[in-house]
Write a protein that binds this ligand. Structure first.
Ligand code: NOJ
Length: 743
């Protein structure tokens, strides 16, 4: 029974970090012994949440290459044994899972992680995630998602790194490094999967799975670069997206999957379809049946068919009839086998065992807590109501449906998070602060959509007696994520009314939002004294929030997505283009429009009559318990050539009374180019921690090549001319300087 495994072990390469040529040679040896059926089986991926006996049968027959969603090592190991010992080709299985933000220990949702602007911490937390997941036998993770998301109605904005291309690339590659570790062959490493290729986040109307209409230049300059960054980082796989862009569903798009991804970018890894998206060509209306869909997708360059069985059922016939070339099948199989060899599955096919489990370990939880702390964005702090220092505040009233929502605070895709491990805000506040401060707790609403006002009077009564009220509001876990889009971003249920009732009482009000997306919170900002935006912060979210509320930690998060004033402003993002009728800063106001006049007060500008064109909070915005000042911007050379770097520095001073961290952001922009340009674009950022009164020169070096864009001839190039460079603490303010790019 152990025959085949032993054969592989004897052939095993001396090192686990295999050289590419050894991997290739190994793959050719394996392929030489495979039948056409064995090969087609290697392109089939199916869900494991089915009848186990049926799955065993499929493994034994060799029709399964990869199985999703089994996290019990006893089961994965048994299936693996069958694959190796009883299947015709004896090729090990690859177990896959949506490991999106943490595994057992749930990290903040990716949008929250992005608010930390801390790629090192994200990498470290992702490494921990890999430790937990590989203990459960998972070696292929369907993350990171790097879809650019400029529409908060789209439920999957939660899974994104926000609206900015450069930032998405920086943070997605941090996840790739964390998951894949130093070598894929290390048993603690998982193959990462850059998704969804491409444009999925631009779904019309913010409705998940909807059509996208991204023009070629925007596709190349805005949506593709994070994927290119992941390819360059060595990301092992890429998942196609469900959407059709300009008429072509991604899974059947040969230009995208072969010409661009492989021929131009040199990607050598595996392309996997999204769930059923090979057969998805049929409802899209570009394939007649699964046979036709399989034909189009394999030729487009999609290697693995996730769960539609179109390849399994049709490739043999397509090859025997000569419609699909055997070489096309071989190439796809080669890629899958290369990944399996690189992962060391032929040597160590079974779930990793360890004497000391990493699951919910102290250090894993501590990192998750730190990331949750860094993800919290303080949007308002009038009269320095925060932090709640015990010498100032004796009695705190905690209210709201998110104060004790252990499941909801984990957010979307918390498949393996156990809510009994979640630390909720009220639990952490009681545990850490009840001895120093009197804590009252009235949930008031049982969940965010609860419409009951029955507890309002009692809550107001308690609020009168308190020195401060902390209200936890937001969204349930299932209000965001895949297939969970919304048309209104207002607080749901009676949450808005609950806050109004609290505002009627004079006691200072701190509102903490826990949500999967930017909500429309203009009114709540107006009536609250302080606002913390905590996204869905994961397992350790409550502890992180307690640390911030009571001043153990100063908030340092910065918005990774623009906050609209109302849903009608969407899509709204900081790096919009220069237009011929630039918006005025005026507040839109219907009452200011004269009757029977030809022209409104705004004139012919790109504005709304009823709301200001500006956002409620801009990208990059976030406050701290201390204050920072930027001064003395210095650029080393005011003229640079395309192969040089821009070297610029600025003085950052902590002008407040305590230590804090500022995220210093560098933006460039230009007015005149061969094609219209964004007003400004993020090109670099740094988190800087300074003690009270401390001052430091923050230095940046940006390669000029980073300023390249697709020009009028659709060539990626740096254009000569004059540029502005702004260094600020958000996307709208900062110190400006200029430089020129010359030949
Ligand atoms: C569909 C989702 O779009 C994708 O992100 C996910 O990885 C797959 N399902 C697998 O669960």
């Amino acid at each position: 029974m152990m025959k085949k495994l032993i054969a592989f072990v004897v052939m095993a390469l001396p090192l686990f970090a295999f050289a590419q040529k050894d991997i290739d040679q190994r793959v050719e040896e394996i392929m030489a012994k495979m039948t056409i059926e064995d090969k087609i089986g290697q392109l089939n991926q199916m869900d494991g949440r089915r009848d186990l006996e049926q799955i065993k049968k499929e493994v034994r027959e060799g029709t399964l290459s990869s199985i999703m969603n089994i996290v019990d090592p006893a089961v994965t190991n048994e299936l693996q044994r069958i694959a190796i010992e009883e299947s015709p080709a004896g090729i090990p299985l690859l177990f896959a899972r949506d490991v999106v933000h943490g595994f057992n220990t749930v990290l903040p949702i990716p949008l929250g992680q992005a608010a930390s602007w801390d790629e090192e911490l994200i990498e470290k937390a992702s490494r921990n995630t890999a430790l937990e997941a590989t203990e459960r036998g998972i070696r292929w993770a369907f993350a990171p998602m790097m879809d650019i998301a400029r529409d908060a109605r789209w439920g999957r904005i939660a899974e994104s790194f926000g609206e900015d291309t450069y930032m998405a690339g920086r943070l997605a590659t941090a996840v790739v490094r964390g998951y894949q570790g130093n070598s894929l062959s290390d048993q603690t490493s998982m193959a990462a999967c850059a998704k969804h290729f491409v444009g999925y986040g631009d779904a019309e109307g913010g409705r998940d799975y909807n059509t996208t209409s991204i023009p070629p230049r925007t596709l190349r300059d805005v949506y593709l670069p994070p994927f290119k960054a992941c390819v360059d980082e060595g990301c092992a796989s890429i998942m196609t997206s469900f959407n059709d862009n300009d008429g072509l569903p991604s899974t059947g798009n040969r230009w995208l999957l072969t010409e661009l991804l492989r021929e131009q970018w040199g990607f050598e890894g595996v392309v996997v379809s999204d769930w059923g998206s090979v057969a998805g060509l049929i409802p899209h209306g570009v394939a007649y049946d699964k046979r036709d869909a399989a034909h189009q997708c394999i030729e487009a360059g999609c290697d693995v068919d996730m769960s539609s069985r179109s390849y399994l059922l049709n490739l043999k016939e397509l090859i025997e009839s000569g419609e699909v070339d055997m070489a096309v099948l071989d190439e796809a199989v080669r890629r899958v086998l290369r990944l399996k060899v690189a992962l060391g599955l032929f040597e160590q096919p079974y779930a990793r065992t360890t004497e000391k489990s990493d699951i919910y370990s102290e250090s894993v939880l501590a990192t998750a807590c730190r990331l949750a702390e860094e993800s919290v964005v303080m949007l308002k702090n009038e009269g320095e109501v925060l932090p709640l220092l015990p010498e100032k505040v004796k009695r705190v009233l905690v209210v709201g449906p998110m104060a004790d929502a252990p499941y909801d605070q984990m957010g979307t895709w918390a498949l393996d998070g156990d809510k009994t491990h979640t630390v909720t805000p009220i639990a952490a506040i009681r545990e850490d602060w009840a001895k120093k401060v009197e804590i009252d707790y009235i949930p008031c609403l049982t969940h965010p959509r609860d419409r009951s006002t029955a507890e309002f009077a009692r809550m107001q009564e308690a609020a009168r007696k308190a020195d401060v009220v902390v209200a936890f509001v937001g969204e349930e876990q299932m209000m965001s994520g895949e297939a969970h889009s919304l048309s209104s971003l207002d607080l749901q249920g009676a949450q808005g009314d609950m806050l109004e009732a609290l505002a009627e009482v004079e006691t200072p009000l701190v509102t903490v939002f826990m949500a999967g997306r930017p909500l429309t919170i203009a009114r709540q900002v107006e009536i609250s004294d302080a606002i913390l935006y905590a996204w869905h912060p994961g397992t350790m979210g409550g502890k992180a929030l307690a640390n911030i509320l009571f001043g153990e930690v100063s908030p340092s998060g910065k918005l990774p997505a623009t906050f609209p004033r109302n849903v009608g402003q969407i899509p709204i993002y900081y790096n919009h283009k220069h237009t011929s009728h630039r918006a005025k800063g005026t507040e839109g106001n219907l009452d200011s429009i004269p009757r029977e006049a030809y022209q409104s007060v705004m004139g012919h500008t790109s504005s709304y009559l009823d709301v200001a064109p500006s956002p409620l909070f801009p990208f990059g915005y976030g406050l701290s318990y201390t204050t920072f000042e930027l001064s003395d911007i210095k650029i080393e050379k005011t003229a640079v050539t395309p192969d040089e770097s821009i070297k610029v520095s600025v003085l950052l001073t902590n002008t407040g009374r305590r230590e804090g961290t500022e995220v210093v952001q560098l933006y460039t922009g230009r007015k005149t180019a061969s094609v219209t340009q964004p007003m400004k674009e993020l090109k670099e950022f740094q988190r800087v921690t300074l003690g009270a009164g401390e001052c430091r020169r923050v230095e940046f070096e940006v390669p000029v090549s980073r300023l390249a864009f697709h020009n009028r001839d659709m060539v990626l190039a740096v254009e000569e001319g004059k540029y502005t460079l702004t260094i600020g603490t958000d996307s709208q303010t900062g110190l400006k300087t200029y430089f020129k790019i010359t030949k």
